[in-house]
Design a protein. Structure first.
Length: 72
């Protein structure tokens, strides 16, 4: 299982999803139905570090989602 924790305005996307081999951060976004227009401004954080959307997510991971503040 992968825990997804949306912060602030992304709280409604918090849930636990099934982990599977080859699951990418982008696949997590698909599983939680994160709108495509929102994805470019969302940071995915694992173990306190930002991960790229094309990185693999492992079973047991916790992914936190934050919106990038205006101005970067």
């Amino acid at each position: 299982m992968v825990d997804v924790k949306g912060k602030a305005t992304l709280e409604k996307y918090s849930r636990r999803i099934e982990g599977r081999p080859g699951l990418l951060v982008e696949g997590v976004f698909d599983a939680i139905a994160l709108p495509p227009g929102l994805r470019p401004v969302v940071l995915a954080i694992r173990n306190g570090k930002v991960v790229q959307h094309d990185e693999t997510v492992l079973d047991g991971d916790t992914i936190e989602l934050l919106i990038i503040p205006e101005g970067g």
